[in-house]
Unconditional design. Structure first.
Length: 299
């Protein structure tokens, strides 16, 4: 009897695991955006749509879905993508829906991108009577250029500077990138991330890099572990690693750093890595291959 109970428990656990979706090696930063999911490590938004397969109309189980079922499932996936896109965080204070407000040109541009987004059939919907499709949209490139306000690339903020000897010293090795350890601060990922010193001076932000570079690769990269961040080509082989002191006031996606911690970038003549966006923010404790989901915030 005990063996039978053990087998049933194992089956229940397996079913619950499958229902939650595949666990991805190394962990990913997934944000639940209602009908859509945002993968912040890869900056990809996905949504799924389903339609009843109509087996009651004389069709055999396993038969190919009809055109109307495919069309319905695809439309539902694209509609979910559009709704989820509105909730993507642009920075610590705005979402895409805020950027689109009173701007019909941007609304039209994004609708066209969603309409032409990549859509593929789901191989296994876990329900034989349903036809499933998934729509995917990268939040880099053209979509990022629409979602990120133009003024973000030209912000006029007081800049951080290093006083005294800020020139490279002979024998100092330069840094190839910057990794910001922001785990445990309750921060949220966004399309725009800024770094400040504790006096409120800007160390890094979109205004320090070219607009083209920022929309193509993202203002910063996000990682779910320090190990992954150190292995990323974005920050190279010898990145400077610093600990964020807290979330910048009034935001959930900007961070305060200690001036002394980032000063080595200037001392070694490596500060130009900021202009190239060679920055990764780590937002999750290292828990192997667990998938972390951020709850949808109230509007």
């Amino acid at each position: 009897m005990s063996r039978r109970i053990w087998i049933w428990c194992a089956l229940v656990c397996l079913i619950l695991t499958v229902a939650q979706g595949p666990v991805q090696a190394g962990g990913v930063l997934i944000e639940d955006l209602g009908p859509a999911r945002m993968d912040w490590e890869n900056k990809v938004l996905t949504a799924r749509g389903y339609a009843e397969s109509g087996l009651g109309e004389g069709k055999q189980e396993g038969a190919q879905p009809g055109r109307s079922e495919v069309r319905q499932a695809r439309i539902r996936a694209q509609n979910g993508l559009w709704k989820g896109l509105q909730l993507v965080r642009v920075d610590g204070a705005r979402r895409v829906q805020d950027v689109l407000r009173d701007d019909p040109d941007k609304v039209q541009a994004l609708r066209e991108l969603v309409h032409t987004a990549f859509v593929q059939a789901l191989e296994d919907t876990q329900e034989p009577r349903k036809t499933g499709y998934e729509a995917r949209l990268s939040l880099t490139g053209e979509s990022a250029s629409v979602c990120i306000p133009a003024q973000a690339w030209y912000e006029d903020k007081e800049m951080f500077s290093v006083q005294g000897n800020a020139t490279a010293r002979t024998g100092d090795s330069g840094f190839s990138g910057l990794i910001v350890d922001a785990r445990g601060l309750g921060a949220k990922p966004a399309l725009i991330c800024r770094l400040y010193d504790q006096q409120g001076r800007l160390i890094f932000g979109p205004s320090m890099m070219s607009r083209q570079r920022g929309i193509e690769q993202g203002v910063v990269g996000y990682s779910s572990s320090m190990e992954q961040a150190r292995a990323s080509s974005r920050v190279g082989e010898s990145p400077l690693q610093v600990r964020a002191q807290g979330v910048h006031r009034g935001t959930v996606s900007d961070f305060d750093l200690r001036a002394e911690d980032v000063k080595p970038l200037w001392v070694t003549g490596s500060a130009d890595i900021l202009q190239h966006g060679k920055v990764i923010v780590v937002l999750q404790d290292e828990h192997g291959d667990r998938v972390v989901e951020y709850p949808l915030e109230g509007q």
